[in-house]
Design a protein. Sequence first.
Length: 352
Amino acid sequence: MTGKEGYDVKKMMKKAAVCVLAAAMVTGLTGCGSLTDGKRIIRVSHAQSETHPEHLGLLAFKEYVEENLGDRYEVQIFPNEILGSAQKAIELTQTGAIDFVVAGTANLETFAGVYEIFSMPYLFDSEEVYKSVMQDTDYMEQVYESTDEAGFRVVTWYNAGTRNFYGKKPIRTPEDLKGLKIRVQQSPASVAMVNAFGAAAAPMGFGEVYTAIQQGVIDGAENNELALTNNKHGEVAKYYTYNKHQMVPDMLVANLKFLNSLSDEEYQVFKDAAVLSTEVEMDEWDKSIEEAKDIAVNQQGVEFLDVDVDAFKQVVLPLHEKMLKENPKIADLYNHIQAANEAARGGEQNGK
């Protein structure tokens, strides 16, 4: 497919999506959905490409739902922010114009303060602890219900790896960040973290990052390895530092009225489909990171830097106490995670 053909297809998909939403708004869609051949259409929105692990996980979600409830439901997936940015798509999910959306926890902070905790630097001691906490479904259900008043609920999580600094210059120590302008997500905690390193935080939309680095508006950014390849940041930022300052999941969010409208049997199918989508996404994530690193090194000329993570951690640890004082809603989850960190440290010391 040529670039023009790809552009035309995407433009047509966007036009179709606008028509879908317009029809939904006109008919006063607020969770009851529209019908095609007697089937309820389920709309799922996300910001990634069709090759991204999250999209592949959602394809598994679609397949499972339609295998078990195909006489009643048809799942339609809209990638690449076709139905709008994450924040806009969340608002549409609140109204029921969209049934599911994949959103970062930074987007959920404004609806439930507990989600701010995932922007806390060095919250988890390791990826193993991070995954064990996120897979503790019984506990996380309490967190997921925190947005019920806003009209939506998280139904599962997706691994988005570790967030690390990358830029035009090598960052080997915390001191190397001083004076640099670094793009962050539009989260107060992320802004505070970068400023604590002595850099200047520059909150901006993800789509602006490539050009901002290229033109020298910013010196770098922070994200996972896929940003280098999927979003081509490796063309303009040649150094990627494994300082591992955040492990931030993406969340699959559902319209609450839709969930409540399901029978027990239907609800269980959607719940099982969500769990399956996470399993597929996690497996695909690990594969995609290895592929991304290979492309970044061999095609883009990116250098990956292993550094003393603890040196970075010590600089920003005071932010934990500050955030806990300013936002009491994160305290319970924070203590839960610290207990998991402590248990993992104990296991390591005992040689387990």
